[in-house]
Design a protein. Structure first.
Length: 336
């Protein structure tokens, strides 16, 4: 392991002290999708690695999933609702345009002393939110921050579009952050965006630029649109550069990383990324076969699973890297 800068008792860091996750009970398999659109289990599995995904109940909203994941993280962190100073929620499928879904989560948790807001960075949202939380903690503005990535993408899917409806699922992941003495916690986070490519992965309608009206409703502008080839290419190059930048900033080599948690979108993207980073797939945590792409929740759910499954221990280095619509991409290195 490389020599890292010595810990300074005068510096304030931000550590993840608890994680949690939640996925809905309903499982939608590839075989079931064969009855909805012109596709097959073999086609979906070979091109994406996804075998099934979770679908929220009709009365189960983003805030409900987020609150359930948050309670798990709070329990592990041994933090009570009245101790939370800030709730940052990453989502592209909010319960309402306003108030923020974070405010709905605050109500469900009873976190009456927390400030609340949402972040929209698509699949990169959880890492964007982690960095926002880190800034508030490191500047001593807040002591305890709850970060949640949650999405109910089934509400945005065009179920007649076989190229996209097979990819997405619903779920939520959460983390509680605090200053922890003598721990480096979140070492570095890299974030970038490029709005020039915003149209290759987006939901074009529903906002003020293209309201959904009775006249255009049939065109389903309020559902996900994706240019698959461009998204695939940019996802690999962006996540590779983000991972390498974070390693350089942290003063670490890829061999120092115990566990890599990439965005859970497509197994072929993950395999190419691992090859370019020169890491064995055994070091990469994957759960997309069970959950599909859950957007902002994807890395958060995988982080919680990896944590609870013992994929890393205290002192180990974890690399998370994401890519999403915007375009947005991000990476974060955490010392557990």
């Amino acid at each position: 392991m490389v020599n890292l800068p010595p810990y300074s008792p005068l510096s304030r860091t931000a550590s993840i002290i608890g994680t949690g996750s939640y996925v809905p009970q309903r499982i939608l398999t590839n075989t079931e999708l064969e009855k909805i659109v012109d596709t097959s289990d073999a086609w979906i599995t070979s091109r994406t690695g996804i075998k099934e995904r979770r679908i929220a109940a009709s009365d189960e909203f983003t805030s409900h999933m987020a609150a359930k994941a948050a309670r798990e993280a709070m329990e592990q962190a041994r933090v009570q609702a009245n101790e939370i100073d800030l709730i940052v929620l990453a989502t592209v499928s909010p319960d309402t345009f306003f108030p923020a879904t974070a405010c709905h989560v605050q109500r469900l948790l009873g976190a009456k002393h927390a400030a609340c807001f949402d972040i929209s960075a698509a699949c990169s949202g959880f890492l964007y939110s982690l960095e926002v939380a880190r800034q508030f903690i490191c500047t001593s503005t807040y002591d305890t921050v709850l970060v949640v990535g949650a999405d109910r993408l089934s509400s945005l899917v065009n179920w007649s579009d076989r190229n996209t409806c097979v990819l997405f699922g619903d779920g939520a992941g959460a983390a509680v952050l605090q200053y922890r003495k003598e721990s480096r916690g979140i070492i570095t986070t890299f974030m970038r965006s490029n709005g020039d490519y915003g149209n290759i992965l987006c939901t074009p309608g529903g906002g003020c630029a293209l309201p959904v009206t009775p006249e255009n409703f049939v065109k389903r502008f309020n559902t996900i649109r994706m240019n698959g080839k461009e998204t695939f290419k940019l996802a690999i190059t962006s996540m590779q550069s983000a991972a390498l930048y974070a390693l350089q900033q942290a003063g670490l080599a890829i061999s120092d990383i115990e566990c890599i948690i990439p965005h859970q979108a497509n197994i072929r993207i993950i395999e190419v990324l691992a090859d370019r980073l020169k890491v064995p797939m055994e070091k990469v945590y994957i759960n997309l076969d069970r959950f599909g792409n859950t957007s902002a929740a994807a890395v958060a759910i995988a982080l919680d699973e990896a944590n609870r499954n013992g994929r890393f221990k205290a002192g180990d280095y974890v690399l998370m890297v994401t890519f999403g619509g915007g375009l947005t991409w991000a990476s974060s290195i955490v010392q557990w």
